[in-house]
Design a protein around this ligand. Structure first.
Ligand SMILES: NC(=O)c1ccc[n+]([C@@H]2O[C@H](COP(=O)([O-])OP(=O)(O)OC[C@H]3O[C@@H](n4cnc5c(N)ncnc54)[C@H](OP(=O)(O)O)[C@@H]3O)[C@@H](O)[C@H]2O)c1
Length: 315
């Protein structure tokens, strides 16, 4: 009997995932019994749940036979709030489309701030032949907090472009061309050195408001911030204070405490803030389906899933 795989993402994504999961399973040579609507299947028979926190399944208790919950997102804090069964592996999404999209977003905004592109786009219409060359990338320090699947890929790409890249993570890491650091002391040092600071940490108890008022005050004068992770990593009042005082040049914000960002939020109109609506990257059905099927194939062969969430760490 092929394993029962249920898609529990948003209903409007069913057609795309039906096609790509079917294609990926055929290409991998594994048989699956795929169901696109959880309401049409006895939950007690399901082997793998392809899951999104904004999909139809809010209660895991009827899913008594599960071998794995395969999350469609890299971030898992919203799934953990639903109390998924502790003895069932919860797998984060790691897939090429999501990673490549994040590289594009981060590299694009780093280059924008590095070259101060905004100055030329927004400067006053009075013609002024003001010559001020930007430094070379190798003379610019980019700090990346969180160098996992996404941050690590961005760090590697920025380093190969020539930037001096410092990456910070919980455990020690090695990424070619990147100065990798870990530990609390290294965090403050990295923030103090980064002219462009990129946040790609998961939201956990340990990372909530990690960029607090004290650390924002340690950022170099005229530094830029790019938050492509979660809004709750930042003390927003402190950030706005530093932007208002012109201590920081710019914040590119993709994620917020409340989404959609409320229409009266000061970020919308702040001259030193770019608001993007949580579009830094997205799980792409074609590449994500290949990743999901590869995970199921591993499990069928008796190998452990990759990218399993450690519930005690919260990511
Ligand atoms: N804006 C968007 O469109 C978008 C899209 C996708 C994802 N995201 C966000 O990006 C986040 C990162 O995704 P990912 O796939 O790269 O996650 P990941 O592979 O789990 O990487 C997380 C990184 O953060 C580090 N980290 C976690 N807790 C830490 C702590 N307390 N102190 C120091 N370092 C810590 C990890 O350290 P270790 O390496 O030592 O474990 C790892 O380097 C997601 O959780 C999600 O919130 C945003």
């Amino acid at each position: 009997m092929p394993p029962i795989v249920v898609f529990a993402g948003r209903a409007e994504q069913r057609d795309a995932y039906r096609k790509h999961l079917t294609d990926a399973a055929a290409a991998a040579g594994i048989g699956i019994a795929l169901h696109m609507d959880p309401d049409t299947v006895d939950p007690g028979t399901v082997d793998y749940l392809v899951y999104a926190a904004n999909g139809p399944v809010r209660d895991f208790t009827p899913y008594t036979k599960l071998s794995g919950i395969l999350n469609l997102w890299a971030g898992i804090e919203a799934v953990l709030e639903r109390n998924p069964p502790a003895d069932v592996p919860l797998v984060r999404m790691v897939e090429d489309g999501l990673t490549l999209g994040m590289i594009d977003y981060v590299v694009g905004h780093v280059l924008r701030h590095h070259l101060d592109v905004d100055h030329f786009i927004h400067s006053s219409p009075i013609a002024e032949w003001e010559v001020d060359y930007p430094p070379l990338a190798r003379d610019r320090t980019v700090g990346i907090l969180g160098i996992g699947a996404l941050g690590g890929a961005c760090a590697g790409r920025l380093a190969s472009h020539g930037f001096r890249v410092i990456g910070w993570s919980r455990s020690p890491k090695e990424i070619p061309g990147v100065e990798c650091r870990s530990g609390a002391e290294a965090l403050d040092k990295t923030i103090a050195e980064a002219e462009i600071l990129v946040l790609l940490l998961p939201l956990t108890d340990a990372t909530q408001r990690i960029l607090n008022a004290r650390r924002i005050a340690q950022m170099p004068l005229d530094a830029c911030l790019i938050n492509a992770a979660r809004g709750q990593l930042i003390d927003h009042q402190a950030l706005l204070g530093a932007l208002n005082a012109e201590l920081l040049r710019h914040a590119t914000m993709d994620v917020y405490d409340v989404e959609p960002l409320p229409s009266d939020d000061p970020y919308w109109t702040h001259p030193r803030v770019t608001v993007t609506p949580h579009i830094a990257s997205v799980t792409r059905p074609e590449t994500a389906s290949q990743s999901i099927i590869a995970q199921i194939a591993r499990h069928r062969r008796g190998e452990p899933f990759l990218h399993v969430v450690d519930r005690t760490r919260g990511y």
